[in-house]
Design a protein around this ligand. Structure first.
Ligand code: AHM
Ligand code: MG
Length: 336
């Protein structure tokens, strides 16, 4: 393969530079390097589509009662295999595993916990539409680790990001110091820095929601969407556009890139569930990315990053995006 373009730093070079500057713990760099390598492998597989035996159902359910696709299972196995040997992870947790998986950590220092949704947007797999991998890294305390060790508020994340498998594969990453985008250069097999310091516009005229659930939404969301739909003839005084990818990675990526608000609210379709999306490995990493890009992510009222988790697979309502819209929705939730 040809070498990477020397003018555009690779992820490996960016990690090495931060480690040398003392800005990044080498153990964490190793963990992120391994996460990125896993997503490269998944990207290669996804890119083969129907040429590999990866499409369709795996014929089994995960802990959340969802039917797993073959690619959910294969991606999960790839993530576990790729992360097991870093020597810096005390344990990992996945959407596809009932409980955490402890790992051997030869290093007493630099212990971390990794959480991931190995293949987000599963319903898009068989139609060749955008899908992704979402990940979060938390610090690990000394000693034995159980599921409860993962139940740390999102503000404690030391790294978070996702890979989007779209027309291009992009890795979007934060250490809590801004958001960088790396594009997979298929010619040299390296993630290459293509954008840095993403900023989400404060004002937007675009929203994203699965409108087929409208009759189940609570009053504040009914009001918000009705006002967007009323457009220039309603109280907002301007027309809005709606987009829905069916993959959180695809929808959040659009919001990070050009602004907008992504909504998966609490509804009364399944009142037992607080929402559709999972706090620990979907909402929290996206919330850190949003916050680092100048946007905001709440459950309608409270910033997601402030929530004290109560379960590994806990679900949460998500309101994420351009500041003005997320703040407006919080006002609509305020008691009158
Ligand atoms: P998954 O992790 O099983 O793929 O489920 C999460 C996905 C999100 O990516 C997306 O925002 C949402 O589910 C789509 O839900 P819907 O089927 O209501 O469109
Ligand atoms: Mg998901």
């Amino acid at each position: 393969m040809p070498p990477a373009d020397p003018g555009t730093p690779t992820l490996a070079a960016c990690l090495a530079r931060r480690v040398t500057a003392g800005a990044l713990d080498p153990g964490l760099a190793r963990v992120v390097e391994a996460l990125a390598a896993c997503t490269q492998r998944i990207s290669t597989l996804v890119g083969r589509g129907g040429l590999s035996d990866i499409l369709g159902s795996a014929g089994q359910q995960n802990v959340q009662g969802e039917t797993q696709k073959k690619l959910d299972v294969i991606s999960n196995d790839m993530m576990i295999e790729g992360l097991a040997a870093t020597g810096h992870l005390a344990a990992l947790a996945s959407e596809e595993l009932d409980h955490h998986l402890p790992l051997p950590t030869p290093s007493a220092k630099s212990r971390y916990l990794a959480l991931f949704d190995p293949l987000d947007g599963s319903s898009n797999i068989d139609i060749n539409a955008p899908i992704g991998t979402i990940f979060s890294v938390l610090p690990a305390a000394d000693g034995a680790v159980g599921d409860e060790a993962f139940l740390q508020p999102g503000r404690r994340q030391v790294a978070a990001g996702y890979a989007l498998y779209g027309p291009a594969t992009e890795l979007v990453l934060t250490w809590g110091e801004g958001v960088d985008v790396y594009t997979l250069d298929r010619a040299c097999g390296e993630y290459t820095l293509t954008d840095t310091g993403l900023r989400v516009p404060v004002t937007t005229s675009e929203y994203a929601i699965n409108a087929s659930n409208q009759r189940f939404w609570e009053a504040p969301l009914q009001r918000y969407v009705a006002e967007c739909q009323a457009g220039s003839s309603g109280p907002r005084g301007r027309d809005f556009n709606m987009r829905w990818n069916g993959s959180m990675v695809g929808d959040v990526h659009r919001v990070l890139r050009r602004g907008g608000v992504f909504l998966y609210p609490r509804d009364n379709k399944l009142p037992r569930k607080a929402g559709r999306l999972r706090l620990m490995y979907e909402a929290n990493p996206m919330a850190l990315l949003a916050q680092q890009a100048g946007a905001l992510a709440t459950d309608g009222v409270t910033p997601l990053l402030d929530l004290q988790p109560t379960g590994l697979h806990q679900r949460v309502p998500v309101v994420l995006g351009s500041l003005e819209e997320v703040e407006r929705i919080a006002r609509y939730h305020a008691p009158v």
